[in-house]
Design a protein around this ligand. Structure first.
Ligand code: ADP
Ligand code: MG
Length: 312
């Protein structure tokens, strides 16, 4: 490696802390952080591996953004306010132009959410990026997966299927011109403000990273309930609708990942509160006592392939 490991860390990943509760940051054996008495620390880790989670030629600036965004999205889904991240980077070589852009994408997003990069690890090997994110949530406001009850409504923020469409475009499998879809795939926005606004309101919440069917399925399993979704109510943006019509692949918006919107459940008496808190979202179905996920389209029941429900 041309640039030494420590000089690399100093140059690209060491910034003065912005938070008053960051006492000691990158450069010592550990970071030192100030805990809060009456809140819970929400902690989450995600790894992105080249060739599995992103294409090897992905713009490094977007990659830096994405590997932080997917972790902040987990904090959003918990209703947590982001505070700190660590970054474990495995690099095949030292490419300074790549590192500079990667760090830019990562640190710009960190700054926007008031997050300090407080440490990490830098090693040599096939390109892989692991981020751990930490944030604060009031004890009574954490958005767990196990609180959905029969009679609750199912909602989601934003639009569905853009990430999946973006992936098909990036792989050359779809000719639709939809820059917003590629943007969603490569540069998702964590729904932090929606997650914070849903605190103490939603009965359960998850972020849509592996596809709505799979991720809502986690809420259903954890809560011991089932759901029916109304296909016509799904917030499909125009290019996703067009793709579904052209290919007949109606299941794509339900099974494709990478949307990073929030899916949540809500007791009927809280529905009016959504607008009051400025949460823009769409009602897509309801929770039932009967287990399993049912999808209705024009009164007909649709069957999803097994692929929609599993990672492996
Ligand atoms: P140690 O040998 O104690 O594990 P390292 O040499 O791995 O320490 O790291 C030196 C310092 O740099 C530590 O404070 C570590 O947290 C930080 N660090 C290493 N790699 C990164 C990185 N990619 N991003 C941010 N901080 C890093
Ligand atoms: Mg180390």
């Amino acid at each position: 490696m041309s640039l030494g490991e420590f000089e690399l860390i100093r140059r690209y990943f060491t910034r003065p802390p912005r938070r008053a509760d960051t006492l000691l940051t990158v450069g010592d054996d550990c970071a030192l952080l100030v805990p809060r008495a009456d809140e819970r620390l929400a902690v989450s880790t995600d790894t992105l591996v080249a060739g599995v989670h992103f294409l090897a030629d992905t713009d490094p600036r977007r990659l830096g953004h994405k590997c932080l965004a997917v972790n902040l999205s987990d904090l959003a889904a918990m209703g947590a306010d982001p505070a700190w991240v660590t970054l474990a980077l495995t690099l095949p070589r030292v490419d300074e132009a790549w590192l500079e852009r990667f760090a830019e994408g990562f640190l710009d997003l960190a700054q926007r959410y008031g997050v300090d990069l407080i440490g990490g690890d830098t090693t040599h090997g096939p390109l892989s990026i692991t981020v751990q994110a930490m944030g604060w949530v009031s004890a009574d406001k954490a958005l767990r997966r196990d609180g959905a009850r029969a009679g609750d409504a199912v909602y989601m923020t934003g639009e569905l299927g853009l990430g999946g469409l973006g992936l098909r475009i990036a792989l050359g499998k779809c000719a639709i011109d939809a820059p917003a879809a590629v943007e969603r795939l490569e540069k998702p926005e964590p729904r932090i403000s929606a997650g914070l606004a849903l605190g103490g309101l939603a009965s359960a919440c998850i972020d849509i990273s592996d596809g709505l069917a799979a991720d809502l399925g986690h809420i259903l399993t954890a809560s011991g309930v089932g759901a029916t979704l109304d296909y016509a109510a799904l917030p499909l943006p125009e290019p996703v609708r067009r793709h579904v019509e052209e290919t007949g692949d109606w299941s794509m918006p339900l099974t494709a990942g990478d949307d990073y919107e929030l899916c949540f459940t809500l007791a009927p008496e809280h529905e009016a509160e959504l607008a009051a808190r400025g949460i823009s979202c769409t009602r897509i179905g309801h929770i039932e006592a009967e287990r399993g996920l049912r999808i209705l389209r024009d009164g007909q029941r649709l069957e999803l392939g097994a692929g929609g429900y599993r990672h492996f």
